[in-house]
Design a protein around this ligand. Structure first.
Ligand SMILES: C[S@@+](CC[C@H](N)C(=O)[O-])C[C@H]1O[C@@H](n2cnc3c(N)ncnc32)[C@H](O)[C@@H]1O
Length: 181
């Protein structure tokens, strides 16, 4: 990738809203992922980490098991976005196309706004048609310079100040599927 290390590229053209890939890995608790990152992975994979936090209880560790989705780089102007979608009680992290994507474009999503969005499907309950989204940003100790290269680049991949924020919001089902900038 021209952004960082390995990346993921589209082989064929895609339409906005297409489901691109599922982020798959080993489901672990945050203390385990923190331990692995500190003690093992920093020396194993250098600066890259492959943890996707679903919520305060669960992290997907895609370092040693999973799909190539773990190689998708961050961009401040991404062509994809991620959603954690609950299907009959199981959460799946799905990467969708944010706009039409040409063959051989690198797939990117915004780590800062997309990571750790959990959507709890409440349509199974009686007060339906709303979805709760719980935003929580992964806590990292260092600022990572961003190399996405877009004019609107914010300069850093992560944001320590934003990461300590924890906000619970409610969105409608229709809003969920209308990706906004
Ligand atoms: C999930 S990995 C992505 C795959 C990575 N390129 C690789 O080869 O392992 C996430 C790591 O990639 C790097 N990375 C991803 N997007 C980046 C960007 N826009 N600018 C700088 N580094 C980035 C950071 O080191 C980050 O911790």
């Amino acid at each position: 990738s021209r952004i960082h290390g390995f990346g993921v590229f589209a082989k064929v053209a895609h339409k906005a809203g297409d489901m691109m890939i599922e982020y798959i890995g080993e489901l672990v608790r945050p203390p385990i992922s923190d331990l692995r990152e500190r003690r093992i992975y920093n020396s194993l994979v250098g600066a890259g980490t492959y943890m996707f936090r679903i919520d305060d209880e669960r992290v997907i560790d895609a370092t040693r098991a999973g799909s190539i989705a773990h190689l998708i780089n961050h961009s401040c102007e991404p062509n994809c976005y991620s959603r954690v979608i609950s299907v009959l009680g199981d959460e799946h992290i799905i990467i969708f196309a944010k706009r039409d994507i040409d063959p051989w474009e690198e797939l990117t999503y915004d780590y800062r706004s997309d990571l750790n969005i959990i959507l709890l499907l409440v349509s199974r309950c009686s007060f339906t048609n709303n979805l709760y989204a719980l935003f929580r940003f992964v806590s990292n100790e260092q600022r990572l310079p961003c190399y996405c290269g877009f004019p609107k680049c914010r300069g850093v991949v992560n944001d320590v100040e934003a990461e300590v924020q924890s906000t619970k919001i409610r969105v409608t089902r229709s809003e969920l599927f209308q990706q906004k900038d």
